[in-house]
Design a protein around this ligand. Structure first.
Ligand code: SF4
Length: 101
């Protein structure tokens, strides 16, 4: 049986552990080899996009100015809503790019 004292000690530990796990998930990095990333032509570096294959690519477009990107200005990467919050490179690009208003 769990004593009250032990319960009180366990609750914060479980809460911290859960927060750490969710933070780690949110910071999972999208890789170019991810099947969904491949399907959308994701590149960590927009300058390496095959512009013949992805004719919708517009010069100057990148994750950093995409509506799906929620990274902070100046940071190298940030979460992308199109990829479930995985971190994408601010200099990256994929065919789901839409200009941030
Ligand atoms: Fe980058 Fe936008 Fe594609 Fe996400 S949806 S990977 S932010 S271009």
């Amino acid at each position: 049986m769990l004593s009250r004292r032990r319960f009180i000690m366990l609750v914060p530990a479980v809460t911290v552990g859960t927060l750490m796990a969710s933070t780690a998930l949110a910071q999972a990095k999208l890789t170019e080899s991810d099947p969904t990333a491949q399907a959308l032509g994701y590149k960590d570096d927009a300058s390496k996009v095959d512009t013949k294959k992805y004719a919708t690519y517009k010069p100057g477009s990148s994750c950093g100015n995409c509506v799906q990107y929620s990274g902070k200005a100046g940071e190298a990467s940030g979460p992308c809503a199109a990829f479930g919050g995985k971190a994408v490179s601010a200099k990256g690009w994929c065919m789901a790019w839409v200009k941030k208003a």
